[in-house]
Design a protein around this ligand. Structure first.
Ligand code: SDX
Length: 427
C-alpha cells in the first residue's frame, strides 16, 4: 500500500492523491482541491491547533497516552535523577549530552554571564511594590533587548549562541531581583562559587550573612524542578517564541512574548492558580462541594488536565516525590493533605476519568515553592527561568529549519461583504 491519501471531492467528482509523510498530509497540498480555477483551494480549519503539526522538531518527545516525556531521547525520569539543569539546557540546545570538558566550559560560560547591567534596575524601580513578578519578567526581557542591539542578527549562529548564554545566565538574576523588589530588600549580586540553583537561592534569600550557603536539599530540589520544566515541545509559550521569532525578532523580545504566554493561568500560571485553589478549598471536608462546582463548570480543577497528556504527567509524579524530600527540611505544607485527597477523589471520579484529566506539572510544584517561602505570584517565574532553555532551543531550531518562514496563518472570513461607507450624520 502506498503512503498516500486518496480523496474525492464530491463537489466535482475529482479524485486527488495526497502524500502521507510522518503521519501527516501537507496542508498546502489541499490547495489543489478546487471547484474551479477561481477557487482559492481548500485549507484546514484547526482552532487552537489541536491537530496541526507546525514544525519538525528533534528536541522533545511527549507521548500523551503513555505519559512519556524525553529530551533528545533521554527519559525525563533519568535526567531528573542523574543530570543537572545546566547539563539538560546544553542537551536541549546542542542536541547531545556534553563531555566533561564541554560541560565544565558551558557551566563556566553561563556562570560568568550572570551579571545584569545596572541600568536594568532603573526599570525595576519603576514598578509598584506589588507589581506581579511575571509582569516584571516580561518587561525585563524586553529591557534587556535594548542593551543588546546586535542580538537582532538572529541568522548568525555565533550571535545566537552568545545571547542564548546571556539569557540562560541572566534569567535567575532578573527573577531574583524581581523577588527582592517585591519585598523591598536590597539586590544581591551573583556568587560565582555557587551552582546555578545555589546562586539563584543566594540572590533570593541572602541577608546579612557574609556568604550565602544554600541548603543542599532545597538546592537539588530546585535544580530538579528546573530540569522538569525545561521544555515541553510545542506548548503555548514555545509556540509564541517560535511565532514571534519567525519574524526575526531578537531572542530577548521573542522570550518576552513566550513569558507573556506562560503567564496565563491555563499555562504556566496554573501553579499559582493551584495554590490559590487549595487555599480557597481550605480543608479536606470542603473538597466534595468544590468538585461539584467543577462538574457544574463553575470552576476548573487547576493543575489537572493537559492538551497532550491523557495519562499522569510524568513530571507531576516526580514532583510529588520531591515534595516529601523538601518537606523534610521545610516542614510539611498543610495544603498537601488537601491536594492528595483532591487527587484521590478526582482519579476515582468518572467526570475526570472519562475526560482523562490527571495531575499535570503544576499540581504539586506550587506546594514545594510555597514551602520554600516563595509568594504565589512568584511561582510562574520559577517556571519561566528553566523554560527559557526550552524556548531558546525551539527558537534556534526554528531559525535553522529551511522549511520555516514568518508565521502567518489564514482565516475563515465571517464578516460582511463589501458595503459603502455611511457618513456619521446619516447613521
Ligand atoms: C501547562 O502544553 C503544554 O505542554 C503545557 C505545559 C508545559 O510544560 O508547557 O505542560 C504546562 O500549561 C500545564 C497545564 C496547566 N494548566 C492547568 O492546570 C489549568 C487547568 N487545566 C485546563 O484548563 C486544561 O486541562 C488545559 C488548558 C490544560 C488543556 O485544555 P484543553 O486541551 O483545551 O482541553 P479542554 O479545555 O478542551 O477540556 C476537555 C474537557 C472539557 O470538558 P467538556 O467541557 O468538553 O465537557 O475537559 C474539561 C473541559 O471542560 N477540563 C477540565 C479541566 N481541564 C479540562 N474540567 C475541569 N478542570 C480542568 N482542569
Amino acid at each position: 500500500m502506498a503512503d498516500t491519501l486518496t480523496v474525492t471531492d464530491n463537489r466535482t467528482g475529482k479524485t486527488y492523491e495526497l502524500a502521507i509523510n510522518d503521519g501527516t498530509v501537507k496542508a498546502i497540498d489541499l490547495r489543489d482541491i478546487k471547484v474551479d480555477e477561481e477557487d482559492f483551494g481548500l485549507m484546514v480549519y484547526d482552532p487552537a491547533f489541536k491537530n496541526t503539526a507546525a514544525c519538525r522538531s528533534s528536541i522533545t518527545l511527549i507521548d500523551g497516552d503513555k505519559g512519556i516525556l524525553r529530551y533528545r531521547g533521554y527519559p525525563i525520569e533519568q535526567l531528573a535523577e542523574q543530570s543537572t539543569f545546566l547539563e539538560v539546557a546544553y542537551l536541549l540546545l546542542w542536541g547531545e549530552l556534553p563531555s566533561k570538558s564541554e560541560l565544565d566550559s558551558w557551566v563556566n560560560e553561563v556562570t560568568h554571564h550572570t551579571y545584569v547591567h545596572q541600568y536594568v534596575l532603573r526599570g525595576m524601580e519603576g514598578f509598584k511594590w506589588d507589581a506581579h513578578a511575571m509582569g516584571k519578567v516580561v518587561s525585563m526581557l524586553g529591557t534587556l533587548s535594548t542593551f543588546y542591539g546586535d542580538s537582532k542578527k538572529v541568522r548568525d549562529p555565533k550571535v545566537r549562541r552568545e545571547h542564548i548564554v546571556k539569557i540562560i545566565a541572566k534569567m535567575p538574576t532578573i527573577a531574583a531581583w524581581c523577588y527582592r523588589h517585591m519585598l523591598g530588600r536590597p539586590y544581591i549580586y551573583p556568587d560565582n562559587e555557587l551552582s546555578y540553583a545555589g546562586n539563584f537561592m543566594n540572590m533570593l534569600f541572602r541577608m546579612a550573612e557574609p556568604r550565602y550557603k544554600p541548603d543542599p536539599i532545597i538546592e537539588r530540589a530546585l535544580d530538579v524542578l528546573f530540569i522538569l520544566h525545561a521544555d515541553h515541545e510545542q506548548n503555548c509559550s514555545a509556540s509564541a517564541a517560535r511565532a514571534v521569532g519567525s519574524a526575526e525578532t531578537d531572542p530577548y523580545c521573542s522570550l518576552a512574548a513566550a513569558s507573556a504566554a506562560l503567564y496565563g493561568p491555563l499555562h504556566g500560571g496554573a501553579n499559582e492558580a493551584v495554590l490559590r485553589m487549595l487555599r480557597e478549598i481550605g480543608s479536606v471536608s470542603e473538597i466534595p462541594a468544590f468538585i461539584e462546582g467543577v462538574k457544574k463548570r463553575e470552576r476548573r480543577l487547576m493543575g489537572f488536565g493537559h492538551r497532550v497528556y491523557k495519562n499522569y504527567d510524568p513530571r507531576a509524579r516526580i514532583i510529588k516525590g520531591l515534595a516529601h524530600q523538601v518537606f523534610e527540611v521545610t516542614g510539611k505544607n498543610p495544603l498537601l493533605d488537601i491536594a492528595l485527597e483532591l487527587e484521590k477523589i478526582a482519579l476515582d471520579d468518572d467526570f475526570f476519568v472519562s475526560r482523562k484529566l490527571y495531575p499535570n506539572v503544576d499540581f504539586y510544584s506550587g506546594l514545594i515553592y510555597q514551602s520554600i517561602g516563595f509568594p504565589v505570584e512568584f511561582f510562574p517565574v520559577l517556571f519561566a527561568i528553566p523554560r527559557a532553555a526550552g524556548w531558546l532551543a525551539q527558537w534556534k531550531e526554528m531559525l535553522e529549519d529551511p522549511e520555516q518562514k514568518i508565521a502567518r496563518p489564514r482565516q475563515i472570513y465571517t464578516g460582511y461583504d463589501e458595503r459603502p461607507y455611511v457618513p456619521v450624520d446619516e447613521r
